[in-house]
Design a protein around this ligand. Structure first.
Ligand code: NDP
Length: 299
């Protein structure tokens, strides 16, 4: 058997391309209408992974020529203080997109925050309004990771009409919106989850298999239809295979798909890390430009 039959989908390359296109759109919007798309990112507390994500969102939006503000709030921020900030950003004319970095510290409730968020500025696509618009195929701000997956799939497969798609995971953030987007692209979609019977057999039906589970290397090679396009959304921290590094407590990131096995069966495969992940921030920038255009009545 060859070392690897799958073609790898390099998310870093796609993300770089998308960021370049966003930077061009930002420049054009400034030149033609005097609008500089503005993104506000709100981080509460000091979760190390969230700090990294937030820093990269700030840096990348600035690099694309956008107005960028990061609000770093202390861990003991109250619900009322956070809601007050979101309410201010909702009406700030310089801000077109608002992203509240999740998860929030345990004492804060994200539901009222999302309910308060102006759907036109909801660049993470998490409000009920945007989820509803997506479900009805109306123009919407779509969650960034699912949109990133679709950009990759459309590029490698072209027209998706009639393809059998299986999404493993039904979260509001990832699984459901990906399924909606695949449905809009005329795929025949199955959403699998923790109660799905005979998950391997369900997965084997897929021309497009999307794993958004949060379980390291759960999807095995023999769950994959030969030649399928496999999109691995998972980000899981596991100890290193090397026992010395593992003993030092060092960890690495792996996806929800067993990469080694999948790469011998799949036709296309996203590595994790380096596949879907880099697309998420690039799509966030794109969504902010879309939001700015929508708010200006340009689309
Ligand atoms: P959630 O925990 O919200 O959802 C996980 C889903 O997987 C649930 O629907 C759950 O089913 C299902 N599931 C759990 N265990 C099994 C199982 N044994 N068999 C079948 N289905 C199962 O996670 P998210 O959707 O937020 O994230 C999924 C993964 O994607 C995580 O690893 C996360 O880190 C990653 N992620 C990556 C991003 C990126 O930028 N690349 C962005 C966002 C997330 P049920 O509903 O029945 O409980």
């Amino acid at each position: 058997m060859p070392e690897s039959s799958a073609q790898l989908i390099d998310g870093k390359v796609y993300a770089e391309r998308l960021r370049a296109r966003v930077a061009e759109e930002v420049a054009a919007l400034k030149a033609s209408h005097g609008i500089q798309p503005g993104l506000a990112v709100v981080l509460v507390g000091d979760d190390p992974a969230s700090q990294i994500y937030v820093r990269s969102k700030g840096e990348q939006s600035l690099a694309a020529g956008m107005h960028s503000v990061t609000h770093r709030l202390p861990e003991d921020t109250t619900q009322a203080e956070l809601e007050r900030l979101v309410a201010e950003l909702n009406v700030d004319p310089l801000i077109h997109g608002i992203l509240v970095q999740l998860p929030l510290p345990k004492h804060l409730d994200e539901k009222p925050i999302l309910a308060l968020l102006n759907p036109d500025k909801d660049v993470d696509g998490l409000t009920v309004a945007n989820a509803g618009r997506l479900a009805q195929s109306l123009p919407a701000l779509v969650p960034c990771t699912p949109m990133g997956c679709m950009i990759l799939l459309r590029d490698v497969l072209g027209d998706l009409t009639g393809k059998r798609a299986v999404v493993v995971g039904r979260s509001v953030l990832v699984g459901r919106p990906i399924a909606q987007l695949l449905l809009q692209a005329d795929c025949t979609v199955t959403i699998a989850h923790s109660r799905t019977a005979d998950l391997p057999a369900v997965c084997r039906e897929a021309d497009i298999l999307v794993a958004a589970v949060g379980r390291p290397r759960m999807i095995k090679g023999d769950w994959i239809k030969p030649g399928a396009a496999v999109i691995d959304v998972g980000i899981n921290r596991v100890p290193f295979d090397d026992p010395i590094k593992a003993a030092e407590g060092r960890t690495k990131v792996v996806g929800d798909v067993d990469f080694k096995q999948a790469s011998q069966v799949a036709g296309w495969l996203t590595p994790a890390p380096g596949g879907v992940g880099p697309m998420t921030v690039a799509v966030l920038l794109q969504n902010t430009v879309t939001a700015a255009k929508m708010q200006a009545g340009l689309i």
